[in-house]
Design a protein around this ligand. Sequence first.
Ligand SMILES: Nc1ncnc2c1ncn2[C@@H]1O[C@H](COP(=O)(O)OP(=O)(O)OP(=O)(O)O)[C@@H](O)[C@H]1O
Ligand SMILES: O=C(O)c1ccc[n+]([C@@H]2O[C@H](COP(=O)([O-])O)[C@@H](O)[C@H]2O)c1
Length: 192
Amino acid sequence: MKIGLYFGTFNPIHIGHLAIANHMAEHSDLDKIWMVITPHNPFKKKSSLLDNHHRYQMVMEAVEHYDTIEPSKAEFDLPQPNYTVNTLVHLTEKYPKHEFCLIMGEDNLKSLHKWKNYEAILEHHDIYVYPRISEGKVETRFDNHPKIHRVNAPIMEISSTMIRNGIKEGKNIRPLLPPEVYTYVDEMNFYK
Ligand SMILES: Nc1ncnc2c1ncn2[C@@H]1O[C@H](COP(=O)(O)OP(=O)(O)OP(=O)(O)O)[C@@H](O)[C@H]1O
Ligand SMILES: O=C(O)c1ccc[n+]([C@@H]2O[C@H](COP(=O)([O-])O)[C@@H](O)[C@H]2O)c1
């Protein structure tokens, strides 16, 4: 099976994430999309980060009605911060029959050259890149790369930071979250 790995901190998962995952499930050759909840992104501070199990629970509830999208705890027991190359080695050993591809926004492609062992990632895995408005340029070494595939997914400029800040300021952010996630965040009094 061809699995698309969609990595993120998902603090919380929002409708931008879900729209991308669903677009990939519907418009690519990927059989399944795994939403991999990252305990600790090497490029991000851990402040205001909810526990792994809360972020997992929100992803699980958000994708409950999507047959081809699943939450994944693959990084929960791996050393932190979580380097994607290590996770890919772990998953490839654990599931030798699956082919693993990465799904990332163009913002991540712009920093890919700073990721640990990015050459090894590109040697063994295809990367599906969707458009995302962001500063900076993609390195020329990634132009016309045989492992990098552009996907024309819709652009929704929403971020988890925007949602956390909105909640802190007492704004209504309901339309930006899947309904189950809104209820979870509201009942648990998160991000206040
Ligand atoms: N609105 C969006 N549309 C498309 N991709 C997104 C969107 N928001 C985030 N992503 C992408 O989803 C992946 C996981 O994102 P992440 O969990 O870091 O969300 P985020 O909203 O960027 O979070 P934060 O604001 O906390 O940094 C990343 O590859 C990120 O680029
Ligand atoms: O492996 C790396 O060096 C590396 C560097 C930066 C980010 N990542 C991973 O990329 C994923 C998405 O990152 P982000 O910041 O857009 O949420 C997340 O799972 C990170 O752990 C990985």
